[in-house]
Every structure is written in structure tokens, then in C-alpha cells.
Write a protein that binds this ligand. Structure first.
Ligand code: NI
Length: 391
């Protein structure tokens, strides 16, 4: 049976449209944070003070004993020009909610409305986590650094991301790896420059880099088990000034993605080895720097069972499908290193018009997502309680 949420639907839509008009980039979500806090306060939900500049955490105490269930939404927008022409298009030039975090924020507030109305019957406490700076995969760690799980350590954690490729009214659930670990790298190769006509007097970092770029292709093809997905891409290369001058130095950057942390570790080690030994072979020096990034997001079996049940209660069994993983990354995985978690992919694709992907200026998810997501968050709590309500 579905939760009755119609009385909240208009308010959730209003919040989404307001947030969509006023998008804010990572760690600058000041107005967004005010909107979230006002809404939570109006529901009588206790705000916790983590001394964060942006983002919010709140605790709803159920009337009866039970586990602490955390629900998380991300709240930040992108540096992206909106091209939807929608009535609620961004009024902040060059910034857009192009990944739907406005939907995530509004629907988690919707869940707060639903659950606060049910607090007399709740056999659980609910921790609402509104996380800043997901787009730069930095907000989750910052919240942990501010003691997010110190005083209130959840027994379970749920997160949802909208997916425009799935039609609204459907959900994708996956057991095991759902999203990839990420580690971006930069490489500096140092040679000895000179005249383009006298290469024998130089140590050419460009020829060395060409060899590095080819050799690192063997990491995915020859070091990683072909059953374990991984990507290693060199995405930028910078060197040189004019056509008869061999330079001293070259830099390149790229990204590694892997669906397991073990594969990520292998790729990092092999990249280091290949760059250093190739540079040595060409008489050059090399430095490899890794920026770090979130681990792989892996849904475990017990959480998968609860999540699938919750999704089927909201969408019916035909609305829930097992899906393939994404090579994108999510810092929800950082929370999951500390707490049993589950991350849903929930359809936001319109059934009547063309859908554009995440991070497109024309990204325009279907607003019917909002009520469904609010229900899915709430239902995840109900399905996690030791004595589930007979809904
Ligand atoms: Ni996103």
C-alpha cells in the first residue's frame, strides 16, 4: 500500500522550484541551507549543530524504541548554463541544478513531512542528512570531520539519486557495486629542452609522454581482471610553445574509475610503475600525483533486501528492476565506509518529452519524481524498523 502523500505534494514542488531558481555551487549553498532549516524547523524537527557553513542535519525522534535510520540528500548545483527555458529556470547565471540535487533536497524534505506526521507510530529515530558539495565529492568527508556520526551513529543509511534514463515511476536497485571509485591523477614529466633540429642534445618529454600514454592502456587490458570494470583515461596534455623547440617539461591529467577498491589500488600502483620506468627509459624524470576520491559504492545484501521491499511497496514489483552499474562516482560511498547503506537509482525521465542526461544544460527531470522519492525515503525507514508498520 502506498503512503498517502498528496497533501504534501504541492509544498514539495514549491520547494523544488524555489531551489531550482536559486542554485548554489558546492560549499556555497547558503540560501539552500536556510530554506532547508526553515522547513525542518516548521515541522518541529530538531536541528543538530555540526558547525557547518552549509548543509544541515536534523533528528526526528519516533515515539517508540527502534533503530536510528539516516536518510541523505545532496544539495549543491553545477557551474553550468541552463538551457531548458523552464518556468523555474535558474536565476543565478552560469549556475544550474543540472544533476537534480534540487529534487533530492525537496524530496527529502517531503520525507521529513511524511515521517514527522507519523512520529507517534514510528519505532525508529530518523537522521536527515542534507549534504553540501557532492559535485566535488568533498561534502561527505567534511560532515564526518565535523562529527556527523559521533553522537548519533545510524544503524542504516539510505540515499537516492534521480536517473533521467529511467522513466519516472521506476526504480533501479542493485546488489553489489553500483558506482565506481574515482581517483584523478596528474603527471609531470621533466626532460631537457633544446633545439628541434638537435634532438640528440635533449631529453624530449613529449616523446616520453607518448610512450607513457600508450603504455598505461595496458593497465586495464592486461593488469585488471576483465570481469572487473575499470577505466583509465588520460584527459589533458600540456606542453610546447613553437614548432622548432623541444620543451623541458610536460604535464598531463586523467582519471581512473573502478567498481572495486582493490582494482583501483592495482591501477594506482601500475600507473606509478609505468610512468616512472618509462620516464627513466627516456632519460626523463617523472612525478605522479593522485587527488584521491570516493571509494566504490557497494550495496550489501541485507540492505538490498530492505531497499527492494521498500521500492516495491512504493512502485509495485513491475516498477523495480535490477540495473547495471554506473562508472560515475558518488561520495555517498564515503558515508558507507562507516554505516551500512543503500543507494537507489530512481527514475526521473519524462515519458512525454526528450530526456537529457545529468550535467546537460537541458537536463529537465520530471517533477512527478518528487512525491515518489519522498515516499521511497519514508518507506525505507518503515521497512527498516524492527517492527515494521503494517502498511
Ligand atoms: Ni548528482
Amino acid at each position: 500500500m502506498r503512503l498517502e502523500t498528496e497533501k504534501y505534494d504541492n509544498r514539495i514542488r514549491e520547494i523544488k522550484r524555489d531551489l531550482h531558481r536559486h542554485p548554489e555551487i558546492s560549499f556555497r549553498e547558503y540560501r539552500t541551507t536556510r530554506v532547508i532549516k526553515q522547513e525542518l524547523e516548521s515541522l518541529g524537527i530538531e536541528l543538530l549543530d555540526l558547525k557547518l557553513d552549509t548543509g544541515a542535519v536534523a533528528l526526528l525522534r519516533g515515539k517508540k524504541q527502534g533503530p536510528l535510520i539516516a536518510l541523505r540528500a545532496d544539495i549543491d548545483a553545477l557551474q553550468l548554463k541552463e538551457e531548458t527555458g523552464a518556468p523555474d529556470a535558474s536565476e543565478n547565471p552560469g549556475v544550474m541544478h543540472g544533476c537534480g540535487h534540487d529534487l533530492h533536497t525537496a524530496s527529502l524534505l517531503g520525507a521529513a513531512m511524511i515521517l514527522s506526521d507519523m512520529r507517534e507510530e514510528l519505532c525508529a529515530n530518523v537522521l536527515f542528512i542534507f549534504q553540501p558539495a557532492e559535485e566535488i565529492t568533498a561534502g561527505a568527508q567534511l560532515m564526518l570531520n565535523h562529527g556527523l556520526f559521533e553522537k548519533y551513529k545510524p544503524d542504516m543509511l539510505f540515499g537516492i539519486h534521480n536517473v533521467p534514463e529511467l522513466p519516472v515511476g521506476t526504480a533501479g536497485v542493485k546488489l553489489g557495486a553500483l558506482m565506481s571509485a574515482k581517483n584523478n591523477f596528474s603527471i609531470k614529466i621533466t626532460g631537457v629542452g633544446g633545439h628541434g633540429a638537435l634532438p640528440h642534445t635533449t631529453r624530449d618529454p613529449i616523446v616520453c609522454a607518448a610512450s607513457v600514454i600508450n603504455s598505461v592502456q595496458s593497465i586495464v587490458s592486461r593488469n585488471v581482471d576483465p570481469r572487473d570494470p575499470a577505466v583509465l583515461s588520460v584527459c589533458s596534455i600540456h606542453a610546447g610553445t613553437q614548432d622548432n623547440l623541444i620543451v623541458d617539461e610536460l604535464t598531463m591529467t586523467g582519471s581512473i574509475r573502478a567498481l572495486s577498491d582493490g582494482v583501483m589500488q592495482t591501477a594506482i600502483e601500475r600507473l606509478n610503475d609505468i610512468v616512472r620506468s618509462t620516464a627513466k627509459a627516456y632519460g626523463c624524470g617523472a612525478e605522479v600525483m593522485f587527488n584521491g576520491g570516493p571509494p566504490a559504492l557497494v550495496n550489501d545484501e541485507s540492505m538490498y533486501r530492505i531497499a527492494k521491499t521498500a521500492a516495491e511497496k512504493v512502485l509495485g514489483p513491475d516498477g523495480v528492476m535490477d540495473i547495471r552499474p554506473s562508472m560515475g562516482s558518488e561520495d555517498f560511498a564515503v558515508f558507507m565506509k562507516h554505516v551500512s547503506g543503500f543507494f537507489y537509482f530512481l527514475g526521473s525521465g519524462s515519458r512525454t518529452r526528450e530526456n537529457y542526461p545529468w550535467h546537460s544544460g537541458r537536463f529537465q527531470p520530471d517533477e512527478d519524481y518528487l512525491a515518489i522519492a519522498a515516499q521511497l525515503y519514508a518507506q525505507s525507514v518503515l521497512c527498516s524498523m524492527q517492527k515494521p508498520l503494517s502498511l
